[in-house]
Write a protein that binds this ligand. Structure first.
Ligand code: UTP
Length: 292
Protein backbone atom coordinates (compact mmCIF):
# COMPACT_ATOMS: atom_id res chain seq x y z
CA UNK A 1 0.00 0.00 0.00
CA UNK A 2 1.39 3.41 -1.02
CA UNK A 3 0.95 5.94 1.79
CA UNK A 4 2.65 9.08 0.47
CA UNK A 5 1.75 11.02 -2.64
CA UNK A 6 3.94 13.74 -4.12
CA UNK A 7 2.03 16.44 -5.97
CA UNK A 8 4.45 18.56 -8.04
CA UNK A 9 2.83 21.97 -8.54
CA UNK A 10 5.85 24.15 -9.24
CA UNK A 11 5.63 24.29 -13.05
CA UNK A 12 5.22 27.55 -14.96
CA UNK A 13 1.98 26.57 -16.72
CA UNK A 14 3.07 28.68 -19.70
CA UNK A 15 0.75 26.92 -22.15
CA UNK A 16 -2.21 28.35 -20.26
CA UNK A 17 -1.10 31.98 -20.07
CA UNK A 18 -2.41 34.54 -19.31
CA UNK A 19 -4.74 32.57 -16.97
CA UNK A 20 -1.77 31.11 -15.11
CA UNK A 21 0.12 34.36 -14.65
CA UNK A 22 -1.22 34.80 -11.13
CA UNK A 23 -3.39 31.67 -10.67
CA UNK A 24 -1.59 28.34 -10.26
CA UNK A 25 -2.44 25.99 -13.13
CA UNK A 26 -3.40 23.39 -10.54
CA UNK A 27 -6.11 25.76 -9.20
CA UNK A 28 -7.92 25.89 -12.56
CA UNK A 29 -11.46 24.74 -11.98
CA UNK A 30 -13.16 21.88 -13.78
CA UNK A 31 -16.92 22.36 -13.25
CA UNK A 32 -16.75 23.17 -9.53
CA UNK A 33 -13.44 21.90 -8.15
CA UNK A 34 -9.83 22.89 -8.74
CA UNK A 35 -7.59 20.31 -10.42
CA UNK A 36 -5.50 19.88 -7.28
CA UNK A 37 -8.56 18.81 -5.28
CA UNK A 38 -9.38 16.09 -7.83
CA UNK A 39 -5.75 14.93 -7.46
CA UNK A 40 -5.86 14.79 -3.64
CA UNK A 41 -9.20 12.95 -3.70
CA UNK A 42 -7.70 10.41 -6.11
CA UNK A 43 -4.67 9.91 -3.87
CA UNK A 44 -6.92 9.48 -0.81
CA UNK A 45 -9.01 6.88 -2.66
CA UNK A 46 -5.78 4.92 -3.27
CA UNK A 47 -5.03 4.90 0.46
CA UNK A 48 -2.54 7.78 0.63
CA UNK A 49 -2.40 9.58 3.96
CA UNK A 50 0.38 12.08 3.40
CA UNK A 51 0.48 14.67 0.62
CA UNK A 52 3.70 16.42 -0.30
CA UNK A 53 3.07 19.48 -2.46
CA UNK A 54 6.21 20.63 -4.27
CA UNK A 55 5.36 24.26 -4.72
CA UNK A 56 6.92 27.53 -5.86
CA UNK A 57 6.45 31.27 -5.79
CA UNK A 58 2.88 32.47 -6.35
CA UNK A 59 1.26 29.12 -5.57
CA UNK A 60 -0.06 30.04 -2.10
CA UNK A 61 -3.68 29.57 -3.21
CA UNK A 62 -3.03 25.80 -3.20
CA UNK A 63 -2.09 25.86 0.50
CA UNK A 64 -5.10 28.03 1.35
CA UNK A 65 -7.41 25.63 -0.47
CA UNK A 66 -6.68 22.75 1.91
CA UNK A 67 -6.99 24.81 5.14
CA UNK A 68 -10.05 25.19 7.35
CA UNK A 69 -11.68 28.64 7.08
CA UNK A 70 -13.42 29.25 10.38
CA UNK A 71 -15.30 32.38 9.41
CA UNK A 72 -16.65 30.84 6.20
CA UNK A 73 -17.65 27.67 8.04
CA UNK A 74 -19.49 29.64 10.74
CA UNK A 75 -21.29 31.74 8.15
CA UNK A 76 -22.44 28.67 6.20
CA UNK A 77 -23.60 27.06 9.45
CA UNK A 78 -25.57 30.16 10.48
CA UNK A 79 -27.17 30.26 7.03
CA UNK A 80 -27.94 26.52 7.27
CA UNK A 81 -26.03 25.83 4.03
CA UNK A 82 -25.04 22.40 5.31
CA UNK A 83 -24.31 20.84 1.91
CA UNK A 84 -21.75 23.55 1.09
CA UNK A 85 -20.34 23.37 4.61
CA UNK A 86 -19.81 19.63 4.23
CA UNK A 87 -18.03 20.19 0.90
CA UNK A 88 -15.48 22.62 2.31
CA UNK A 89 -14.92 20.78 5.60
CA UNK A 90 -14.38 17.39 3.95
CA UNK A 91 -11.89 18.94 1.54
CA UNK A 92 -9.58 20.21 4.30
CA UNK A 93 -6.58 18.03 5.09
CA UNK A 94 -6.07 16.73 8.62
CA UNK A 95 -3.26 18.15 10.78
CA UNK A 96 0.05 16.68 9.62
CA UNK A 97 -1.29 15.25 6.36
CA UNK A 98 -0.09 18.09 4.14
CA UNK A 99 3.54 19.03 3.64
CA UNK A 100 4.42 22.03 1.50
CA UNK A 101 7.97 22.31 0.18
CA UNK A 102 9.50 24.54 -2.46
CA UNK A 103 11.24 23.82 -5.72
CA UNK A 104 13.58 26.82 -5.92
CA UNK A 105 13.47 26.95 -9.75
CA UNK A 106 11.41 25.04 -12.36
CA UNK A 107 14.18 22.63 -13.34
CA UNK A 108 11.86 19.81 -14.37
CA UNK A 109 9.55 17.16 -12.96
CA UNK A 110 12.43 14.93 -11.85
CA UNK A 111 13.95 17.86 -9.99
CA UNK A 112 10.61 18.67 -8.33
CA UNK A 113 10.41 15.10 -6.99
CA UNK A 114 14.03 15.22 -5.88
CA UNK A 115 13.13 18.24 -3.72
CA UNK A 116 11.01 15.88 -1.56
CA UNK A 117 13.78 13.31 -1.01
CA UNK A 118 14.29 14.00 2.70
CA UNK A 119 10.61 13.35 3.38
CA UNK A 120 10.28 9.88 1.87
CA UNK A 121 11.02 6.90 4.10
CA UNK A 122 8.80 4.20 2.57
CA UNK A 123 9.88 1.68 -0.12
CA UNK A 124 7.62 3.30 -2.70
CA UNK A 125 5.55 6.42 -3.13
CA UNK A 126 3.00 7.82 -5.58
CA UNK A 127 3.14 10.88 -7.82
CA UNK A 128 0.12 12.61 -9.36
CA UNK A 129 0.34 15.40 -11.91
CA UNK A 130 -2.84 17.34 -11.23
CA UNK A 131 -3.09 18.77 -14.75
CA UNK A 132 -3.63 15.24 -16.08
CA UNK A 133 -7.25 14.80 -15.03
CA UNK A 134 -8.75 11.33 -15.43
CA UNK A 135 -12.42 10.45 -15.61
CA UNK A 136 -12.91 6.83 -14.58
CA UNK A 137 -15.15 4.60 -12.56
CA UNK A 138 -12.29 3.62 -10.23
CA UNK A 139 -9.76 6.43 -9.68
CA UNK A 140 -6.64 5.80 -11.75
CA UNK A 141 -4.14 5.72 -8.87
CA UNK A 142 -6.39 3.30 -6.98
CA UNK A 143 -6.49 0.99 -10.03
CA UNK A 144 -2.68 1.08 -10.04
CA UNK A 145 -2.11 0.65 -6.31
CA UNK A 146 -4.66 -2.22 -6.07
CA UNK A 147 -2.70 -4.05 -8.78
CA UNK A 148 0.82 -3.05 -7.71
CA UNK A 149 3.40 -5.61 -6.56
CA UNK A 150 6.97 -4.73 -5.56
CA UNK A 151 8.27 -6.80 -8.50
CA UNK A 152 6.55 -4.29 -10.84
CA UNK A 153 9.36 -1.87 -9.89
CA UNK A 154 8.47 1.59 -11.14
CA UNK A 155 4.88 1.70 -12.38
CA UNK A 156 3.63 4.39 -14.76
CA UNK A 157 0.11 4.94 -16.09
CA UNK A 158 0.04 4.58 -19.87
CA UNK A 159 -2.31 5.31 -22.72
CA UNK A 160 -2.01 4.67 -26.44
CA UNK A 161 -1.57 7.91 -28.41
CA UNK A 162 -1.65 8.77 -32.11
CA UNK A 163 1.74 8.55 -33.82
CA UNK A 164 1.68 12.31 -34.51
CA UNK A 165 1.49 12.92 -30.75
CA UNK A 166 4.29 10.64 -29.48
CA UNK A 167 6.70 13.60 -29.37
CA UNK A 168 4.69 15.09 -26.48
CA UNK A 169 5.18 12.12 -24.12
CA UNK A 170 7.57 9.65 -22.57
CA UNK A 171 7.17 6.52 -24.74
CA UNK A 172 7.72 2.90 -23.63
CA UNK A 173 9.62 0.18 -25.45
CA UNK A 174 7.16 -2.64 -24.89
CA UNK A 175 8.66 -6.02 -24.05
CA UNK A 176 5.57 -8.02 -23.06
CA UNK A 177 1.96 -7.47 -22.08
CA UNK A 178 -0.17 -9.22 -19.49
CA UNK A 179 -3.69 -7.93 -18.82
CA UNK A 180 -3.47 -4.21 -18.15
CA UNK A 181 0.26 -4.39 -17.38
CA UNK A 182 3.02 -3.80 -19.90
CA UNK A 183 6.61 -4.78 -19.10
CA UNK A 184 8.92 -2.19 -20.69
CA UNK A 185 12.60 -2.50 -21.54
CA UNK A 186 13.10 1.25 -21.97
CA UNK A 187 11.41 4.65 -21.95
CA UNK A 188 12.34 7.61 -24.15
CA UNK A 189 11.29 11.18 -23.51
CA UNK A 190 9.48 12.95 -26.38
CA UNK A 191 10.83 10.92 -29.34
CA UNK A 192 10.24 11.98 -32.96
CA UNK A 193 7.47 9.90 -34.58
CA UNK A 194 10.03 8.07 -36.73
CA UNK A 195 12.04 7.02 -33.65
CA UNK A 196 9.16 6.09 -31.34
CA UNK A 197 9.50 2.51 -30.06
CA UNK A 198 5.68 2.24 -29.57
CA UNK A 199 2.60 4.43 -29.10
CA UNK A 200 2.38 3.56 -25.39
CA UNK A 201 2.68 6.95 -23.65
CA UNK A 202 3.36 7.75 -20.01
CA UNK A 203 0.83 10.05 -18.34
CA UNK A 204 0.83 11.73 -14.93
CA UNK A 205 0.37 8.87 -12.46
CA UNK A 206 3.34 6.99 -11.00
CA UNK A 207 4.17 4.52 -8.26
CA UNK A 208 7.93 4.80 -7.82
CA UNK A 209 10.55 2.86 -5.93
CA UNK A 210 12.31 5.12 -3.45
CA UNK A 211 15.74 4.28 -5.00
CA UNK A 212 14.73 6.66 -7.79
CA UNK A 213 15.66 9.54 -5.49
CA UNK A 214 19.35 8.44 -5.55
CA UNK A 215 19.20 8.15 -9.34
CA UNK A 216 17.68 11.62 -9.64
CA UNK A 217 20.28 13.19 -7.37
CA UNK A 218 23.07 11.88 -9.64
CA UNK A 219 21.37 13.03 -12.83
CA UNK A 220 22.34 15.83 -15.21
CA UNK A 221 19.72 17.83 -17.14
CA UNK A 222 18.17 16.15 -20.20
CA UNK A 223 15.57 17.33 -22.77
CA UNK A 224 14.70 21.02 -22.35
CA UNK A 225 17.64 21.42 -19.90
CA UNK A 226 15.38 19.87 -17.23
CA UNK A 227 15.95 16.94 -14.85
CA UNK A 228 13.55 14.47 -16.47
CA UNK A 229 11.73 11.86 -14.39
CA UNK A 230 11.52 9.49 -17.36
CA UNK A 231 15.34 9.59 -17.75
CA UNK A 232 15.71 8.42 -14.14
CA UNK A 233 13.15 5.63 -14.64
CA UNK A 234 15.09 4.54 -17.76
CA UNK A 235 18.43 4.61 -15.96
CA UNK A 236 17.11 2.30 -13.25
CA UNK A 237 16.51 -0.42 -15.86
CA UNK A 238 17.13 -3.35 -15.96
CA UNK A 239 17.93 -3.43 -12.24
CA UNK A 240 14.51 -2.00 -11.35
CA UNK A 241 11.73 -3.18 -13.71
CA UNK A 242 9.40 -0.74 -15.42
CA UNK A 243 5.71 -1.54 -15.67
CA UNK A 244 3.21 0.42 -17.75
CA UNK A 245 -0.36 0.29 -16.48
CA UNK A 246 -3.08 0.71 -19.11
CA UNK A 247 -5.58 2.23 -16.69
CA UNK A 248 -9.27 2.27 -17.55
CA UNK A 249 -10.62 5.77 -18.02
CA UNK A 250 -10.27 8.91 -20.07
CA UNK A 251 -7.49 11.41 -19.51
CA UNK A 252 -7.66 15.14 -20.21
CA UNK A 253 -4.57 17.30 -20.52
CA UNK A 254 -5.78 20.29 -18.50
CA UNK A 255 -2.45 22.02 -19.08
CA UNK A 256 -3.87 22.99 -22.49
CA UNK A 257 -6.97 25.04 -23.27
CA UNK A 258 -8.53 22.33 -25.45
CA UNK A 259 -7.95 19.59 -22.87
CA UNK A 260 -9.33 21.72 -20.04
CA UNK A 261 -12.44 22.65 -22.05
CA UNK A 262 -13.06 19.01 -22.94
CA UNK A 263 -12.62 18.00 -19.30
CA UNK A 264 -15.25 20.54 -18.26
CA UNK A 265 -17.71 19.12 -20.77
CA UNK A 266 -16.94 15.50 -19.84
CA UNK A 267 -17.20 16.11 -16.08
CA UNK A 268 -20.31 18.28 -16.49
CA UNK A 269 -21.95 15.37 -18.30
CA UNK A 270 -21.50 13.30 -15.11
CA UNK A 271 -23.91 15.59 -13.28
CA UNK A 272 -27.58 15.12 -14.17
CA UNK A 273 -28.56 18.74 -13.44
CA UNK A 274 -25.62 20.35 -15.21
CA UNK A 275 -26.02 17.95 -18.16
CA UNK A 276 -29.64 19.06 -18.61
CA UNK A 277 -28.48 22.65 -19.09
CA UNK A 278 -25.29 21.87 -20.97
CA UNK A 279 -26.74 20.13 -24.02
CA UNK A 280 -29.13 22.94 -25.11
CA UNK A 281 -26.42 25.47 -24.24
CA UNK A 282 -23.86 23.79 -26.50
CA UNK A 283 -26.40 23.35 -29.31
CA UNK A 284 -27.21 27.05 -29.18
CA UNK A 285 -23.56 28.09 -29.58
CA UNK A 286 -22.67 25.42 -32.12
CA UNK A 287 -25.72 26.19 -34.27
CA UNK A 288 -25.01 29.92 -34.15
CA UNK A 289 -21.29 29.52 -34.87
CA UNK A 290 -20.11 32.99 -35.72
CA UNK A 291 -16.34 33.50 -35.37
CA UNK A 292 -15.17 36.98 -34.46
P1 UTP B 1 4.34 20.43 -17.30
O1 UTP B 1 5.20 19.59 -18.13
O2 UTP B 1 2.91 20.54 -17.71
O3 UTP B 1 5.03 21.87 -17.19
O4 UTP B 1 4.44 19.90 -15.81
P2 UTP B 1 4.45 23.25 -16.68
O5 UTP B 1 5.62 24.13 -16.45
O6 UTP B 1 3.53 23.06 -15.52
O7 UTP B 1 3.56 23.80 -17.88
P3 UTP B 1 3.99 24.44 -19.28
O8 UTP B 1 4.68 23.35 -20.07
O9 UTP B 1 4.88 25.63 -19.00
O10 UTP B 1 2.68 24.87 -19.88
C1 UTP B 1 3.74 18.75 -15.37
C2 UTP B 1 3.60 18.83 -13.86
O11 UTP B 1 4.89 18.91 -13.23
C3 UTP B 1 5.00 20.07 -12.44
C4 UTP B 1 3.91 21.02 -12.95
O12 UTP B 1 3.49 21.90 -11.93
C5 UTP B 1 2.82 20.06 -13.40
O13 UTP B 1 1.99 19.66 -12.33
N1 UTP B 1 6.36 20.64 -12.58
C6 UTP B 1 6.93 20.77 -13.81
C7 UTP B 1 7.05 21.03 -11.45
O14 UTP B 1 6.53 20.92 -10.31
N2 UTP B 1 8.30 21.56 -11.59
C8 UTP B 1 8.89 21.69 -12.80
O15 UTP B 1 10.05 22.17 -12.87
C9 UTP B 1 8.19 21.29 -13.93
Amino acid sequence: MVKTCILPVAGLGSRFLPATKSIPKEMLVVVDKPLIQYAVEEAKSAGCERFIFVSSQGKGAIEDHFDRLQLLEQTLETRKKYDLLEKIVSNALEPGQAVYIRQPAPLGLGHAILCARHLIDEDSFAVILADDLILSQTPCLKQMSDDYHPEDGNMVATMVVELENVSKYGILTVQSESGLKVRASNVVEKPAAADAPSRSAVIGRYILRTEILDTLSAQTPGAGAEIQLTDAIGRMLPHTPLTGYAYQGERFDCGTKEGWLEANIAFACQDENVYAHLVPMLKRYVNNYNPR
